[in-house]
Design a protein around this ligand. Structure first.
Ligand code: NAD
Ligand code: LMR
Length: 329
């Protein structure tokens, strides 16, 4: 029996992501938490003829506690999205406090749950979550994931367009680093099956994958950022975690993790100048991350240059998250 909670469930990502989780046969109970509108969203979803029993909670009457108690997996898309002209880092001031408060709830009421962080800036909110869990002495790095799946989804989609592959799902591309602009590094040279990207198209493709989020923010013109593609990507990652939890083997997905706490992470850590957080393809199992793979060794010369830029950018983002929690404790 699996209980899943979505925190920020009434939002642009939260609603379609909750819909997808409601249709997941691996979920038996679905708790929706937000500061607004969850009773309505839950009532709506509860009419869908699938087994997951769906309930909505607001902050009143210990709503967060009730949503989280007994949870096996918690997905967090709570927080402000970008408007045109903003960077993800500019969301830090609002979202750092939201994530830290929600993770305090996780630490108290479901410390053994898998925790999937979608709220931006992911490069900082994941370190915030880790620090809060550490402070409560319940941190298990194998169960904390920064969701970078939208970068992976975009990499497949945009690459498929260029190489003429009609089904983007057939392309697997390791996307590593972080989740913002040039901290996102698609290792196109390791695409499987191998693809032939015209030389003059590589830089543009990399740039489009790195800044795909801006494309959506601009097109939405003040009405937010990616929500539907993010719900798809977030569900893809949550389903991978749940499938691995149920014993399915051979599941590997890129995700932003705390390297020192995941088997294989130390090898990656050496490669990224000692950074403690980095997204790499991770093999999942019943306890979460089983092994961090290291595709960086085989990066091309051009990709190594992209990695240097990503590492420099991530350093400050990670430190900012860690310092936020340490300063407030
Ligand atoms: P949204 O504004 O539509 O929804 C956010 C929801 O969070 C709202 O319903 C709001 O009421 C709720 N919320 C605010 N404070 C809360 C709290 N303390 N507890 C519970 N819920 C709270 O925004 P959105 O478009 O759904 O985006 C949500 C977040 O996801 C943003 O930070 C955005 O930048 C991020 N995002 C990340 C990725 C990624 O790839 N990781 C992709 C897209 C968006
Ligand atoms: C994305 O990549 O679409 C998200 O991180 C949202 C954003 O701010 O671009």
């Amino acid at each position: 029996m699996v209980k899943a909670a979505v925190l920020g469930a009434a939002g642009g990502i939260g609603q379609p992501l909750s819909l997808l989780l409601k249709t997941c046969s691996l979920v038996h109970e679905l708790a929706l938490y937000d500061v607004v509108n969850t009773p309505g969203v839950a009532a709506d979803l509860s009419h869908i003829a699938t087994p997951a029993v769906t309930t909505g909670y607001l902050p009143a009457d210990d709503g967060l506690q009730k949503a989280l108690e007994g949870c096996d997996i918690v997905v967090i898309p709570a927080g402000l999205p970008r408007k045109p002209g903003m960077t993800r880092d500019e969301l830090f001031n609002k979202n750092a406090g939201i994530v830290s408060a929600l993770i305090t709830g996780v630490a108290k009421w479901c410390p053994k749950a898998y925790v999937l962080i979608i709220s931006n800036p992911v490069n900082s909110t994941v370190p915030i979550a880790a620090e809060v869990l550490k402070a409560h002495k319940v941190f298990d790095a194998r169960k904390l994931f920064g969701v970078t799946s939208l970068d992976v989804v975009r990499a497949s989609t945009f690459t498929a367009e260029i190489v003429g592959e009609k089904d983007p799902r057939k392309l697997t591309i390791p996307v590593v680093g972080g989740h913002s602009g040039d901290t996102i590094v698609p290792l196109l040279s390791q695409t499987t099956p191998p693809v032939s990207i015209p030389e003059d198209k590589v830089a543009g493709l990399v740039n489009r994958i790195q800044f795909g989020g801006d494309e959506v923010v601009k097109a939405k013109d003040g009405a937010g950022s990616a929500t539907l593609s993010m719900a798809f990507a977030g569900y893809r990652f949550a389903e991978a975690v749940l499938k691995a939890h149920s014993g399915e083997t051979g599941i590997v997905e890129p995700t932003f993790i705390y390297l020192p706490g995941v088997p294989g992470g130390a090898e990656v850590l050496k490669q990224v100048g000692g950074l403690e957080y980095f997204a790499v393809p991770v093999e999942l199992g019943p306890g979460g991350a089983v092994k961090a793979t290291n595709p960086l060794i085989a990066a091309s010369e051009a990709e190594k240059k992209l990695l240097e830029v990503a590492i420099a950018g991530l350093k400050g983002n990670i430190a900012k998250g860690v310092e936020f929690v340490q300063a407030s404790s």
